[in-house]
Design a protein. Structure first.
Lengths: 215, 415
């Protein structure tokens, strides 16, 4: 059975896996973005808090994903929970770091002007600081998403959802007829998904970054 | 709508009383005990070397920097302890390089304060157009632009429009024209003078450029370190009678020349000059030149605009042809020109006089070196007397304050 025949016979299974893969990455990304921006907003004003948040993020990132999921299994069990927790944690760092850098990078003269014309703290954040920090934050989200695409494949190790199942099945039965096809289908599927997401981000950037600060 | 259009809010007086700012960890206060009364509708300029605390003092008026001591009253209301956000919406604020938000359009920037203060949508929209018009930008063209699509001068205009949008009685300007080129700065200063003429806001303006201070200020506060007031007086008085070496050092060289910028041609005496028009019969011109006490007359064209200077003998040499006789008038000044412009014109003219014209270029009179010198001397003398009087008042006030302080100590000791 060549690769194309394999795709033809298994497309139902592959599409379900791809859908679940995209879905878990998307949901974890939404979670990571919310948490990341929140952490960024809470810490960017103080030097040490911001640095602490960034360092904590990098430390999480140095833990190998397989080890992280392995460590989570005894705590939260198999399946979706360890996948979601691991992916969200990994997705945090680029968002937190870019949120802090972006918020700190807002021209102090503009913050001063916002205060001077009578904007309250929350209004300043919502109408001036976050919109101006949005482009770097969006870049952070984009980097995170690419990373999570790959890491999500490992989730199959904890019986999580996604295209990783395809790859793991192939690796487990190396030498058999379909092993190579399985690994190839899983990997290519992830690459295609990553490209689709990236295209979506370009579109989101077009729609959400105000024309006045678009480069 | 039977409701009449709301009149624009005119200025409110500002009083600063013992205003002080101490930063933790520094032995000297950054701003030390500033007392100042700014009248409603007045433009006061804070001028001083960098780091003298002038900007800090300004920012304490809208409490961007919280004072550590003293009171601020605007329009009689003590605003030292009210909600700063509420205070700032009543006080316009314009800063260097405009401070426009780059992600909002010009219209959105201007609409910010009126929207925050809860104006109805329709009125905000009208106000935006009105403000753009006021600062000399075409609403149709600039409404939807982003700040980066504007020149520096245009950005600064929008900055001023934003500061004035909610019609605050007070406008604070922190070196607003510091980052634009000299020509644009000059235009913007002229615009501000025109605006102030229409609006009568109370403006507090910070700059380190003394010439800008002279041009804009009704009164100038020359500040030295820790915002101590070295002199607080009209530009004329500061130029002619600086309180001490610090002020005269800041005024710089050429105080008398700078003084010329403050008076207009209409303030000085003009000389009557014998004039004829191109339609005057030649015989009469000859008669005038031969009989008159002057050996020069001014020839006007049919619309009474200065045309040529005619000297005795010019007509003879040109064999009686007005078209060929005399020298063309190449420079005139208007009545609104500064004395400095007039002096410039007189100096470049080979005979040391310049014709003054009205709005449509018609002849009004002539200014020459002699009249100019006499007038300037009179002006300077009058300034000097005024300044002496002010200084006397100031010294008296100071003496009284020291007196009170000593008495206060005495009572404390007794207690």
């Amino acid at each position: 059975m060549n690769f194309w025949e394999y795709l033809g016979s298994r497309h139902q299974q592959l599409l379900t896996d791809a859908y679940q893969h995209a879905s878990v990455v998307f949901q974890c990304m939404v979670l990571a973005t919310l948490l990341g921006v929140l952490v960024g907003v809470a810490t960017y004003r103080t030097e040490w808090a911001g640095n602490l948040a960034t360092t904590a993020g990098s430390t999480i990132l140095t833990v190998p994903s397989l080890a992280m999921i392995g460590l989570l299994i005894p705590v939260v069990g198999l399946g979706v929970p360890p996948t979601v927790i691991a992916l969200t944690l990994y997705g945090l760092l680029p968002v937190v770091r870019n949120a802090i850098v972006g918020l700190r990078g807002v021209d102090p003269a503009l913050v001063d002007a916002a205060r001077g014309i009578g904007m309250s703290g929350p209004a300043r954040l919502a109408r001036v600081e976050l919109p101006l920090a949005w482009p770097p934050i969006l870049t952070g989200i984009r980097v995170s998403t690419q990373m999570l695409m790959g890491i999500a494949a490992i989730a199959a190790y904890a019986s999580g959802p996604g295209l990783g199942n395809e790859i793991f099945r192939g690796l487990a039965s190396l030498g058999s007829k379909n092993a190579l096809n399985q690994v190839l289908a899983g990997t290519l599927g992830i690459i295609i998904l990553a490209l689709l997401f990236d295209a979506a981000y370009v579109l989101i950037g077009r729609l959400t970054i105000p024309r006045g600060i678009r480069v | 709508m039977s409701e009449p259009a709301p009149a624009t809010a005119h200025g409110a007086p500002i009083e600063l009383e013992n205003l002080t700012k101490r930063y933790p960890g520094s032995p000297q206060p950054a701003v030390d005990n500033v007392n100042m009364e700014i009248k409603a509708g007045e433009t006061v300029v804070f001028v001083g070397p960098s780091g003298c605390g002038k900007s800090t003092t300004l920012k304490m008026i809208n409490r961007l920097i919280e004072p550590t001591g003293g009171r601020i009253r605007i329009g009689g209301e003590d605003v030292t302890d009210i909600d700063p956000v509420r205070l700032r919406r009543k006080v316009g604020y314009a800063i260097q390089s405009s401070g426009l938000f780059p992600h909002m359009t010009v219209a959105q920037n201007i609409a910010l304060v009126p929207r925050m203060t809860g104006w109805p949508k329709k009125r905000v929209a009208e106000r935006v157009e009105e403000m753009l018009d006021l600062v000399g930008l075409d609403p149709g063209e600039f409404h939807g632009r982003y700040p980066r699509q504007l020149s520096g001068g245009q950005q600064q205009r929008v900055g001023v429009a934003r500061a004035l949008a909610a019609d605050p009685p007070v406008l604070l300007m922190d070196e607003p024209f510091g980052a634009v080129d000299p020509i644009t700065r000059d235009h913007l200063q002229d615009e501000l003078i025109r605006l102030q003429f229409e609006l009568h806001k109370t403006i507090v303006f910070v700059t380190h450029d003394f010439d800008e201070a002279i041009k804009l200020g009704d009164r100038i506060a020359v500040l030295r370190e820790r915002s101590h007031i070295a002199q607080f007086d009209t530009p004329e008085a500061i130029l002619t009678n600086p309180a001490d070496d610090f002020v005269s050092g800041f005024v710089g060289a050429g105080a008398a020349l700078k003084r010329l910028n403050l008076s207009r041609v209409r303030d000085v005496e003009m000389r009557e000059y014998p004039t004829v028009t191109v339609d005057t019969p030649l015989q009469q011109i000859f008669g005038l030149l031969r009989a008159g006490g002057t050996n020069e007359i001014l020839l006007l064209d049919r619309r009474r605009r200065p045309y040529k200077w005619l000297r005795r003998g010019d007509l003879m040499r040109a064999r009686g042809s007005l078209a060929r006789a005399g020298t063309l008038v190449h420079d005139t000044v208007t009545r609104d020109a500064t004395l400095r412009d007039a002096l410039e014109a007189v100096l470049t003219d080979n005979a040391g006089r310049v014709a003054v014209t009205g709005r449509r270029g018609e002849y009004i009179g002539v200014v020459d070196m002699e009249t100019l010198m006499n007038s300037v001397h009179e002006l300077l003398e009058a300034d000097r007397l005024d300044a002496l009087e002010h200084q006397h008042d100031l010294e008296e006030a100071r003496a009284q304050q020291t007196h009170f302080e000593q008495e206060g100590e005495a009572t404390e000791r007794k207690a």
